[in-house]
Design a protein around this ligand. Structure first.
Ligand SMILES: NC(=O)C1=CN([C@@H]2O[C@H](COP(=O)(O)OP(=O)(O)OC[C@H]3O[C@@H](n4cnc5c(N)ncnc54)[C@H](OP(=O)(O)O)[C@@H]3O)[C@@H](O)[C@H]2O)C=CC1
Ligand SMILES: O=C(O)[C@@H]1CCC=N1
Length: 275
């Protein structure tokens, strides 16, 4: 495998920074460069050791590009920067919605791997899902997988449309989970626990349960029933969830998020990125 000269991350926002923090905390790799157009954001990024922060993209042979700009600005980015890409420039997109074909056509490179990572990448607990089509070389695929592997777990899918569904599950997942954790914290605060105590309980319950599910290998609903002592306290709580249609709401939310990912790919759609 040809050594990567530099990892050039375009967009140092929330996701870009999470990837950068994860990479900086991992084993030593190629030089890390972030291209960020916001001056305020560049100032923040400049505080990180081991990172080169620039305002404008400049590419050379051996560079591996990570695209972490919002999908809505991609067309403008591609129009301005296409001349810097060659047909072989390796690109890992983390942008929601945009297909590898759209990105490849707009930039003039065949070497586009489409992925969806998530913000726990910052603490090496990421969950990334990616698709690499037949036109992508084994080398580019291996480089992309290695990069994502530094910041968490990686799953390759053979149908690109599954990346849209993974965008709901993995990309947005940390938001959905944080939203629920916040409800636990709100309840704790309302009952008189201090903020730190509420946060500690909620985080340990979510983290502990995730570890239990992973390590026991049991189906989640089996573990749920193991907690629900007949006619006990949890049964009452789950009955309230069922009465409110909580599981249906979660499925609706995941469906809506995946649908939005597909919408973002469509030219001339609402908030479209291309065309
Ligand atoms: N946030 C998340 O959890 C996840 C996000 N993603 C994807 O990651 C991408 C970034 O999302 P997120 O980090 O949340 O967005 P943010 O808005 O936080 O960050 C995007 C950054 O890119 C900068 N930017 C925009 N255009 C350019 C350009 N041409 N050159 C350099 N920098 C540019 C923006 O600057 P300015 O503000 O000045 O426009 C901004 O600082 C999106 O495509 C999103 O779909 C994927 C998975 C999870
Ligand atoms: O909300 C978004 O569109 C991005 C992609 C997945 C997570 N954040």
């Amino acid at each position: 495998m040809t050594a990567t000269r530099r990892l050039v991350i375009v967009g140092g926002g929330h996701m870009g920074l999470a990837i950068i923090r994860g990479l900086l905390g991992g084993p030593a790799g190629p030089e890390l460069v972030v291209v960020e157009r916001s001056a305020a954001r560049r100032e923040l990024l400049a505080e990180l050791d081991g990172l080169t922060v620039v305002a404008h993209l400049d590419l050379a042979d051996g560079d591996f590009v990570v695209l972490a700009v919002p999908p809505q600005v991609f067309a403008e980015f591609a129009d301005a920067e296409r001349h810097r890409f060659t047909p072989g420039t390796p690109v890992l997109s983390v942008m929601a919605g945009l297909t590898a074909e759209t990105i490849a056509t707009a930039l003039g490179t065949t070497q586009v791997v489409r992925s969806i990572p998530n913000t726990p990448s910052e603490v090496f607990q990421g969950m990334s899902v990616y698709h690499a089509g037949p036109q992508v070389s084994a080398e580019t695929t291996a480089q992309a997988e290695a990069l994502l592997g530094v910041i968490g777990r990686v799953l390759r899918v053979d149908r690109e449309e599954l990346v849209d569904d993974a965008t709901a599950i993995c990309g947005g997942g940390p938001a959905f989970v944080s939203y629920i954790v916040d409800a636990f914290c709100q309840f704790a605060a309302a009952r008189g626990f201090g903020e730190a105590a509420g946060r500690e309980m909620a985080v340990q319950v979510f983290g502990g349960t995730a570890t239990l599910i992973a390590e026991s290998g049991k189906p989640p609903m089996q573990l749920c029933h193991e907690v629900m002592t007949p006619n006990g306290t949890t049964e009452r709580g789950i009955a309230a969830f069922d009465a409110a249609g909580l599981k249906g709401s979660i499925l609706t939310a995941l469906t809506a998020a995946a649908q939005r990912s597909r919408e973002l790919a469509r030219p001339h759609g609402p908030g479209c990125a291309v065309g």
